[in-house]
Design a protein around this ligand. Structure first.
Ligand SMILES: NC(=O)C1=CN([C@@H]2O[C@H](COP(=O)(O)OP(=O)(O)OC[C@H]3O[C@@H](n4cnc5c(N)ncnc54)[C@H](O)[C@@H]3O)[C@@H](O)[C@H]2O)C=CC1
Ligand SMILES: O=C(CO)COP(=O)(O)O
Length: 325
């Protein structure tokens, strides 16, 4: 199965490296000419994954036509750009493996749902889990959820992408795998705020647990399975990104917690903090589904410029409630 990767950011590059681990040819489409040039000439993506020597089997291209020879396409553009990028590519009936984590603004669609709208004939799978790109690219042990409604497709993709240090776990719960990845980015911002505002380790653990409760409420309302939300793509990724400044979302939260303005923190960044875009859409989607998501609402208020003390005070002053509700 010849793999094509759409998106030459940190994660697309790391996944190309995984797919090329036995020396198989991999085609990587990137927007930035310097990324294409750097990978082909020097086997390095200096813009997004500097310092990692890449397999010479990875061939980068700026021409979407070069993806025509691939049997399956990994979609690794940021969630808000998946529709635009996929619209440029003739996909037909080839499988699309969604690797972005987010919900599309305006439509409130998960990226897999966007892919189905743009390419209705393409089978869809989702690859998601606790996966910092630089660790995966460096060959450190990593496990992911690989979800596909079609079990045979899920098995074929898992076998193709598995590497000694990269272990996919199969699932049929595509929606559950997507919701975990999208929601955890918003919760990672909240955990960063706790860190930046110096609120302590107890508060961080409370946020992870209560954040997971709201991820679960939302996921179940949208048809996800509880086991998926408690697995690699949900709780696993939540724990990872709520614990480390290697997470762009967590780092954004640290800045907000220190009282810096979201607009300043987001200005001129080359890398994507998906939670900042997903948070307002998630708040709308939760309201539409009748699901209470107080941590998500708090992150939205902070992104809108509300003072940290006010937002945290309001979160703590809510009426007491049953833990399991
Ligand atoms: N970096 C990581 O460790 C991981 C990232 N992801 C997800 O992968 C997706 C891509 O993230 P990264 O590879 O980290 O990106 P990145 O932050 O390394 O790079 C930004 C990417 O956005 C692309 N981009 C910017 N403007 C664009 C536009 N107008 N149209 C299309 N593409 C545009 C750039 O070409 C580049 O590929 C995100 O959804 C992220 O949540 C998932 C797992 C791990
Ligand atoms: O999704 C990720 C790890 O699984 C990457 O997290 P950030 O986008 O917050 O850096």
């Amino acid at each position: 199965m010849k793999i094509g990767v759409i998106g030459g950011g940190a994660w697309g590059t790391a996944l190309a490296q995984v797919a090329a681990h036995r020396g198989e040819p991999v085609t990587l489409w990137a927007r930035e000419p310097e990324v294409v040039e750097g990978i082909n000439a020097g086997h390095e993506n200096r813009l997004f994954l500097a310092g990692v020597p890449l397999s010479p089997s990875i061939r980068a291209t700026a021409d979407v036509g070069d993806l025509a020879a691939c049997d399956a396409l990994l979609v690794v553009a940021p969630a808000q750009h998946v529709r635009g990028v996929l619209s440029q590519i003739a996909v037909g009936t080839r499988p699309l493996v969604l690797c972005a984590k987010g919900i599309e603004a305006g439509t409130r669609l998960l990226v897999g749902e966007v892919a189905r709208q743009v390419h209705p004939q393409a089978p869809v799978a989702v690859l998601s889990g606790p996966t910092f790109a630089h660790e995966v690219a460096a060959g450190l042990p990593t496990a992911v959820t690989l979800a596909a409604a079609d079990e045979a497709l899920g098995r074929a993709l898992s076998e193709r992408l598995a590497a000694p240090q990269f272990r996919p776990y199969a699932s049929r719960d595509v929606v559950g795998a997507e919701i975990g990845g999208a929601v955890k980015n918003v919760l990672a911002i909240a955990c960063g705020v706790v860190d930046g505002a110096g609120l302590g380790q107890n508060a961080r653990a409370a946020l992870i647990a209560r954040g997971f409760a709201e991820m679960t409420r939302f996921g179940l309302a949208r048809g996800a399975r509880a086991e998926t939300l408690a697995g690699l793509s949900g709780l696993g990724d939540l724990v990872l990104t709520c614990s480390s400044t290697s997470s762009r979302n967590f780092s954004l939260g640290v800045g907000l917690g220190q009282g810096r303005a979201a607009a300043d923190l987001l200005a001129d960044r080359r890398t994507v903090a998906e939670g900042a875009f997903t948070a307002p859409v998630l708040r709308e989607a939760a309201a539409a589904a009748g699901v209470d998501m107080p941590v998500t609402a708090a992150v939205c208020r902070l992104l809108e410029g509300a003072p940290v003390d006010d937002v945290i005070g309001a979160l703590l002053a809510r009426p007491l409630r049953q833990e399991a509700s």
